[in-house]
Write a protein that binds this ligand. Sequence first.
Ligand SMILES: C[S@@+](CC[C@H](N)C(=O)[O-])C[C@H]1O[C@@H](n2cnc3c(N)ncnc32)[C@H](O)[C@@H]1O
Length: 244
Amino acid sequence: MDLVPDDNSQYKDVDYWDERYKKEQCYDWLGDFSKIKHLLETHIKKDDSILILGCGNSSMSGEMYTAGYRSITNIDYSSVCISTMAARYSDCPGMTWREMDMRQLCFPGTSFDVILEKATLDAIMVDEKSPWDVSPQTACCVHQVLSEISRCLKPGGRFVSVTFAQPFFRKRLYARTEYNWSIKQYSYGKGFQYFVYVMTKGEQLSPEDADLEKKLLEETKSVPGKTTTTPKEDNEDFLLNIRL
Ligand SMILES: C[S@@+](CC[C@H](N)C(=O)[O-])C[C@H]1O[C@@H](n2cnc3c(N)ncnc32)[C@H](O)[C@@H]1O
């Protein structure tokens, strides 16, 4: 079966993912746990309570569990994905699976030490035409997700974002005082590079990131009708080539 959609906008469509997960057993976007283990182990403690957004059918949660992480809540808006994954890992106490939209997280505030996403925000931005000028709809959607993440993180908690988006595109999204976090960035991958951003709740933006936010706000004010948030991602053809 051809799992590649005809149009990149389908990556935003839950029906596309449901159909895909009826046929595909396991796929790890941007590589599996082994590729980022060294970075995750620096920022995530074994007893942290972890929320994974848009878990898909990736082996990530299972591999983290094997590595000793014991409190992992997985969400995805695909019901097919969640029922398959819940059955696959039914013998792993501490690992839970819930059908949920990341734009509206059904958890109380300050619930998690770590919230992790891998290629999930990429999926909602992949049909944007320019990373410099994201559409108002996508900007709004990304802002909803980031606001929910910030709300659900404990003080000192980390939002870990694994993506193919380079810093000059992705930091424009994350550098906002209202999310109340600092940003650190890392990269991995041989040849083609991927990025890991670690946002720490309760820490201030660096002077450079605060300047970036200020500059973007000024740009927004000078262009009537323009929205603050940012970038768009590369398109689906690009995503298809990022198999490590
Ligand atoms: C590109 S896949 C990444 C899967 C997995 N994280 C990985 O690294 O392989 C994107 C996943 O995000 C899920 N997703 C997309 N939008 C979502 C939303 N609004 N809420 C919850 N899950 C969403 C899709 O169903 C899909 O499983």
